[in-house]
Design a protein around this ligand. Structure first.
Ligand code: ATP
Length: 776
């Protein structure tokens, strides 16, 4: 017998149901956790629908109530723990009718669906038909009119979970960066063997209508050629590919990597298969390359979510619940998107239409339209890729000789993932345009030492071959240190700028690089050789550079931290009752501690911005005691507290661990842990690599704008010394003067307004941390 319908909405809690649908993607569990806990936090009841639309159609045990502890530890699980399925019945109205009936019978008035464009199309259809479905249920006497009355407005919110990143209107879908990480990891492995044997590899990746994975993997790994569905190569693609590959071999490359999306085709719509590419490379390049095909297949879906997918899923899950609660009958059904760094709600109907348009445009061979329907980042990355792979073959991009510049590249600060990728891209772009890219080795200290006692080697022109394999390299290949120009001697620095006749300076680095640029800018009045355009690409794991919300290397760092925390948490699975206090780096910025806390579900995060007090510790210890008292031992792993290295001058990780241990009195164990330099990361993450390429090219383009400016114009133009940054939904160059004066907290070496501060509350809410006393 069907369950009795719930009483009317008034006087009872709202019921929000969560569902995953379509292909699984890493991060879906993080979204479920966030939705369930946020719903409960907001006084609602949380439900999960198992097996996607199939569960909604079948009802009964497929729709289950969830409590707070039910999603414990889900952040670090791959796939979806509530299952997903393709459901044929839901394509048809009778199936949707059953689904509507089950929704009403279970008292569910809001549905949050995490899935790809198909699932969200289904959701949109369901929403559009909803009044008709209810009417039909009443007419057929399956439900009484008063039963359906409280459910007149179906509240649906979409979360885009898909590894393909094929949904229009959002820069990233939940799971796409994890899939990209997997692909890049595989390509990195293949590269080593390809290089050893001087082989060519054709690697097929997922993407029927969307080339995001193929394109990003191509950029992140520095592949020789990429095929994507939205932008088929020119008619003579065979010759084009062979020419580029032959050229790369001619300048000394020992490996060839071609990445092809499964939906790749030529301009007439004929499929381009890996076999076709293989045959060409083996026969037509004139090099008879020993060529192998690797189809990556389902490994792309597998595994745990990367840090980005975890906090994206978490923040979007939280936003989805808010969207449900704020919706009125007039609100258009939203889905939760991200544009650059900003999470926002957008109309689902439009996104679904735009996404379908891409497929239609591809079918109609209107490729310009297909590209225009993708997001800015996509076309930016495509252009970046094109300008960095063809270098001397790209005549259309070459500037006339009078516009060529001598552009110096320097790394300042501590290594961070993506620094080399940015340098590689800048060098390749410079060469494509006809500029001379010049390496300054070992920061300002190296630059000046060269002047003193090392006449050769510290300053020299880059060549393409040396940087070609830097796309995936960690550290800094030209060396970096923290010394500032004033410490090295500004006069010497200025004299060297003159001696080498630099026309532009590209700095990559963290807060020291920012400080260095500030010093150079201020010394311009005195030294005319410094009156050249200068721009900084922030790169530091701490993500504390003013003028941007994202620094290269911070994503790599977060991934390392998340891996570390997962491992350490897992190590507690035997004893179960263990708290780890983990000290993170980050200087005086609590960014990485907070974001890692968000990605691993830490019970508390201590940051320098907030500080630590004895009352706060006492409250947290009390909370932990309560948690372990209530936990009968069924939860699988330990609890984590993250503390930034400078959160307090007194309370450090070991001391806090000791205090907890003392108070726990053997009811649970406590350990402190120090990941240290592991946080700089080995291989940079794909996000750091691809953003490095995109932003580095923008930086050189910015410098190019000053190619014929006189010293005096440069001096009077604030935009001639800038920091590039991602701010909210945009990528912007901000004048250093403004950033220095208005956005910088100099004593604490961090931005004045850190965009992420509010995220700490999300960590607390989702981990169930009670209100604790904050330090004065
Ligand atoms: P992926 O990214 O893996 O392709 P997806 O969500 O696009 O994910 P689909 O298989 O297209 O995956 O859709 C999942 C389910 O959503 C389908 O099995 C079906 O139940 C429902 N669905 C998809 N499209 C529609 C539609 N047009 N009308 C009704 N239901 C649909």
């Amino acid at each position: 017998m069907a369950p009795a319908p719930p009483p009317l909405l008034e006087g009872r809690k709202r019921r929000i149901a969560m569902m995953t649908s379509g292909g699984d993607s890493p991060g879906m569990n993080g979204a479920i956790r966030a939705v369930v806990r946020m719903a409960i936090e907001k006084g609602c009841e949380a439900y999960c629908v198992y097996e996607g639309y199939e569960g909604l159609v079948q009802g009964e045990n497929f729709i289950r109530k969830f409590e707070w502890p039910d999603v414990r530890g889900w952040l670090s699980e791959g796939g979806t723990l509530i299952g997903t399925a393709r459901c044929m019945a839901f394509y048809e109205r009778p199936g949707r009718l059953k689904a509507a009936k089950n929704m009403v019978l279970n008292g569910i008035d809001a549905l949050i669906i995490c899935g790809g464009d198909g699932s969200l199309t289904g959701a949109d259809k369901f929403r559009a038909e909803w009044p008709g479905l209810l009417h039909e249920l009443v007419e057929k006497k399956e439900l009484a009119a008063e039963q359906v009355e409280p459910f007149k407005h179906l509240n649906i919110v979409g979360l885009v979970g898909s590894i393909d990143n094929d949904m229009s209107g959002t820069d990233a879908t939940i799971g796409c960066y994890s899939a990209l990480s997997r692909i890049c990891e595989m390509v990195d492995y293949i590269e080593a063997t390809a290089s050893s044997h001087s082989r060519a590899f054709v690697i097929e990746v997922m993407g029927r209508h969307c080339g995001w994975l193929a394109l990003m993997a191509g950029v992140a790994t520095g592949a020789d050629f990429v095929f994507i569905p939205e932008k088929p190569r020119a008619e003579n693609w065979r010759d084009e590919m062979c020419k580029i590959v032959a050229r790369h071999r001619q300048i000394g490359k020992r490996k060839t990597i071609v990445i092809v999306a499964e939906g790749a085709h030529d301009q007439d719509g004929n499929k381009i298969s890996p076999e076709m590419i293989k045959d060409l490379l083996a026969d037509k390049t004139g090099l008879a390359l020993d060529t192998r095909i690797t189809t990556l297949g389902h490994v792309q879906r597998g595994g745990v979510a990367c840090a980005y997918d975890r906090y994206l899923a978490t923040l979007q899950g939280v936003e989805a619940v808010k969207a449900v609660l704020e919706a009125t009958p007039e609100t258009p059904t939203p889905f939760i998107a991200i544009t650059e760094n900003k999470i926002c709600r957008k109309p689902l109907v439009q996104a679904v239409l735009d996404t379908k348009e891409v497929a239609k445009a591809i079918e109609a061979h209107d490729f310009d339209r297909a590209m225009s329907l993708r997001d800015t980042e996509f076309s930016d990355i495509y252009d970046s890729y094109m300008t960095t792979t063809t270098t001397d073959l790209n005549d259309a991009m070459r500037l006339p000789p009078q516009k060529h510049m001598r552009i110096a590249i320097i790394h300042v600060g501590a290594p961070a993932g993506g620094v080399n990728a940015a340098t590689r891209a800048a060098v390749a772009y410079c060469l494509t345009r006809g500029h001379t890219p010049i390496a300054i080795h070992n920061g300002f200290a190296g630059f000046v030492r060269h002047h003193d006692d090392k006449p050769l080697g510290s300053v020299r022109e880059f060549d393409w071959l040396e940087v070609d394999n830097w796309a995936s390299k960690g550290g800094s290949e030209i060396g970096m240190n923290r010394e500032l120009p004033k410490d090295s001697g500004m006069e010497t620095v200025a004299a060297l700028f003159k001696q080498y006749n630099f026309d532009g300076l590209f700095l990559i680095g963290g807060f020291e690089a920012f400080h260095a640029l500030s010093q150079l800018r201020q010394a311009r009045e005195k030294y005319s050789s410094l009156c050249i355009p200068m721009t900084l690409l922030p790169a530091t794991i701490s993500n504390n550079v003013p003028g941007t919300e994202y620094s290269l290397g911070s994503d790599t760092c977060l991934n390392e931290l998340v891996r570390y925390c997962d491992t350490i948490k897992q190590s507690a699975s035997a004893s179960r009752r263990r708290v780890f206090v983990i000290e993170t780096q980050g200087g005086r910025s609590g960014y990485i501690a907070t974001l890692a806390g968000l990605a691993v579900g830490a019970v508390a995060v201590y940051t320098p911005e907030e500080g630590i007090s004895i009352d706060m510790l006492a409250a947290d210890i009390k909370h932990l005691k309560q948690v372990f008292k209530e936990d009968s031992g069924q939860s699988r792993a330990g609890r984590l507290i993250l503390i930034n290295e400078k959160a307090s001058p007194v309370y450090h990780a070991k001391l806090i661990a000791d205090m907890i241990r003392q108070e726990a009195q053997n009811r649970f164990e406590t350990r402190d842990a120090l990941p240290g330099h592991v946080q700089q990361g080995g291989t940079p993450s794909p996000m750091d690599r691809t953003r490095a390429v995109r932003l580095a090219i923008k930086c050189i383009e910015h410098l190019e704008k000053y190619e014929d400016r006189a010293d005096s114009t440069i001096l009077g133009d604030p935009q001639s010394s800038t920091v590039i940054g991602i701010k909210g939904a945009s990528v912007v160059f901000t004048a250093m003067k403004d950033v220095e004066e208005h956005e910088t907290d100099w004593p604490n070496r961090r931005p004045k307004n850190e965009f992420w501060l509010g995220l700490k509350d999300v960590v607390d809410v989702l981990s169930g941390r009670p209100e604790v006393p904050r330090p004065e």
